[in-house]
Design a protein around this ligand. Structure first.
Ligand code: PGA
Length: 259
C-alpha cells in the first residue's frame, strides 16, 4: 500500500479532496464511503470549501456511512447520520436521499439490507477510513473476521472509552452495539484511503501497515487490497520502520501517477 506522510491535517485534506475531485470529474455517478470520528473532519471542511467555491458538486454523488450506533434513534445528535449531516452533507448539494447509513434502529435486518444497497449503487469508489486505537476500521473490533460483512458488533471497552468524549465523557453512556460494514465489505471498495493523525495512532498504524495480517488488528486487512492509501502525519508515522522509504517514494512519484 502507499503511505503518504504529511506535515499536517490540512495537507492530508488537500490530497484526499483532490482524489475525490478527480473521481467526480471522471465518474457520472460517484459513490463515496464516509467515515465519522475526528480524523476526516479536515477533509470534510476542504470538500465543503471546494463546493462553496464552485469547484465540486455532489449532486450526482451517493454516500454510504461506514457504521452506526445501535440503541440510539436516527435523530440522536451523536448518531452517525446526524454527525455526518452536521459536519459535511448538509453543507453541500448532496441530496439527502443519496446519503445512506446502516439502520441502527433495525439491527437484525439492517446488515443484509445495507449490503444490498451498496451493491445496487454499484459498489463504493473511494472509502475513507480512520483507525481506532485498537486497530479497528469501521467498528470492526479486534477478532473481527476478515471475511465479515455488515453486521451487529459489540464495542470494546477501549472504543467506548475513546468515544465517551461525544457522550458527556461517560463510557457507560456510549452505546454497546453498532452496525458496521464488515472487513470484507470495506475491502470491496475500489480505493481505500485510511488517515491517521497524532501519536496515539502510531502503534496501530505501524501494525496495520507493517505487521502481520490478522483479525486481531482489522486495519491490517488493507494489506490485502490492491489500492489502499495511508495518509499519516509525522506523529502517527513514527513507528513505521520504512518511513524514509515511503517518504522517498511519494517525493519521487511521477506527476501522472495519482494516489
Ligand atoms: P477518530 O476515530 O477519527 O475519532 O480518531 C477513528 C476510529 O475510531 O476509527
Amino acid at each position: 500500500m502507499e503511505v503518504i506522510i504529511v506535515e499536517n491535517e490540512q495537507q492530508a485534506a488537500d490530497i484526499v479532496a483532490g482524489s475525490i475531485g478527480l473521481l467526480m470529474a471522471e465518474t457520472s455517478a460517484p459513490v463515496i464511503g464516509l467515515a465519522t470520528g475526528s480524523t476526516p473532519l479536515a477533509v470534510y471542511a476542504e470538500l465543503r470549501s471546494r463546493y462553496e467555491s464552485g469547484d465540486l458538486s455532489f449532486a450526482d454523488t451517493t454516500a454510504f456511512l461506514l457504521d452506526e450506533y445501535v440503541g440510539i434513534p436516527h435523530h440522536h445528535p451523536e448518531s452517525y447520520r446526524s454527525v455526518i449531516r452536521r459536519v459535511f452533507t448538509d453543507h453541500v448539494d448532496l441530496p439527502p436521499s443519496s446519503l445512506h447509513g446502516p439502520d441502527g434502529e433495525d439491527p437484525k435486518n439492517g446488515g443484509a439490507r445495507y449490503e444490498a444497497m451498496i451493491e445496487s449503487a454499484g459498489g463504493i469508489d473511494i472509502q475513507l477510513l480512520g483507525i481506532g486505537s485498537d486497530g479497528h476500521i469501521g467498528f470492526n473490533e479486534p477478532s473481527s473476521s476478515l471475511a465479515s460483512r455488515t453486521r451487529l458488533k459489540s464495542l470494546t471497552a477501549q472504543t467506548r472509552r475513546d468515544n465517551s468524549r461525544y457522550f458527556g465523557d461517560d463510557p457507560d453512556d456510549v452505546p454497546r452495539h453498532v452496525l458496521t460494514q464488515g472487513v470484507a465489505t470495506i475491502l470491496d471498495a475500489r480505493h481505500l484511503i485510511l488517515m491517521a493523525f497524532g501519536s496515539s495512532k502510531a502503534g496501530p498504524v505501524a501494525a496495520a501497515v507493517e505487521g502481520p495480517v490478522t483479525a486481531m488488528l482489522p486495519a491490517s486487512a488493507l494489506q490485502l487490497h490492491q489500492h489502499a492509501t495511508v495518509v499519516v502525519d509525522e506523529a502517527a508515522s513514527i513507528e513505521l520502520r520504512l518511513r524514509d522509504y515511503y517518504r522517498e517514494c511519494y517525493a519521487n512519484k511521477p506527476a501522472w501517477q495519482r494516489i
